[in-house]
Design a protein around this ligand. Structure first.
Ligand code: ADP
Ligand code: MG
Length: 259
């Protein structure tokens, strides 16, 4: 049990585990534009799912919908046994379960790193300041930058800021982490430090859905890869299946562009 990450590392084979995310028949439109088409996804506890696909294929919309950052029109989404509705209480429950990390770090520029991490637990989890700050410091240690606690975001590199953003999401003790291209805005030399933190998190047993173009990470860390195109799931498989033996023409076309 890694209490800091609020998850337990399971040793049972993936196929025997409970589903922690279940998406059935999900459809979403932006006006007339059909952006998610009959999407079905299940994710097991502790599973790492990487989402690939061309720009505009609906990857961000899909993971934002899981966290109720976007509305949807058809289908069901169930996260850790809670079905997502448009009830605000229900949305708050779902958001407590799911941490999200975006391409842009979105840290509060006028607050110290420690404050950035401890703010939401104090307000939402109702933790005492001492407890929230203690956990914030432990998380900073885990993401490798304990010495940055009293600095402001602008004083940190992009890679360090993104590690703070990960720590901030983890401070809420989510059971699922959603990442939307967390390294796309970083200078190349900073990508690895962020991917390494994500790898550590995966190894600790966190359930993760990760949109990324980092094929090395996908191959090494993903249990399963989902390929989106035009709002549809085109192909699902293990990294070996998808990279070494793609079944669909559109998967082959996508891979030939990026590999
Ligand atoms: P990806 O993350 O795969 O690049 P997105 O989920 O961002 O794709 O976008 C999917 C489609 O939805 C794109 O055609 C995009 O232009 C459109 N879209 C995304 N967000 C909005 C929005 N807020 N309003 C209207 N259309 C949007
Ligand atoms: Mg996107």
């Amino acid at each position: 049990m890694d209490s800091l990450f609020a998850v337990e590392k399971l040793t049972t084979p993936l196929e025997e585990r409970e589903d922690i995310v279940t998406v059935k028949g999900l459809n979403k439109w932006f006006g007339d534009h059909h952006v998610l088409k009959n999407v079905d996804v299940t994710v097991k506890q502790g599973e790492v799912v990487v989402i690939l696909g061309p720009s505009g294929s609906g990857k961000s919309t899909f993971i934002r919908t899981l966290n109720a950052l976007e509305e949807f029109q058809q289908g069901t989404i169930t996260i850790d046994g809670i079905e997502l509705t448009d009830d605000i209480k229900n949305i708050e429950e779902i958001r407590k379960e799911t941490g999200m990390v975006f391409q842009s770090f979105n840290l509060f520029p006028h607050m110290t790193i420690l404050k950035n991490i401890s703010l939401a637990p104090i307000w939402v989890r109702k933790w005492k300041k001492n407890k929230a700050e203690k956990i914030a410091k432990e998380l900073l240690e885990r993401v490798g930058i304990p010495e940055q606690a009293n600095k402001y975001p602008g004083q940190l590199s992009g890679g360090q800021q993104q590690r703070v953003a990960i720590a901030r999401a983890l401070a809420m003790q989510p059971r699922i982490m959603l990442f939307d291209e967390p390294t796309s805005a970083l200078d190349p030399e900073m990508v690895k430090e962020v991917l390494d933190v994500m790898k550590t998190l995966a190894e600790a047993g966190m359930t993760m859905l990760v949109v990324t173009h980092e094929m090395g990470f996908a191959r090494q860390v993903a249990d399963r890869i989902i390929l989106f195109d035009f709002g549809e799931i085109i192909e699902v498989g293990t990294p070996e299946e998808l990279f070494d033996n793609p079944q669909h023409e559109r998967t082959k076309a996508f891979l030939s562009q990026i590999l």
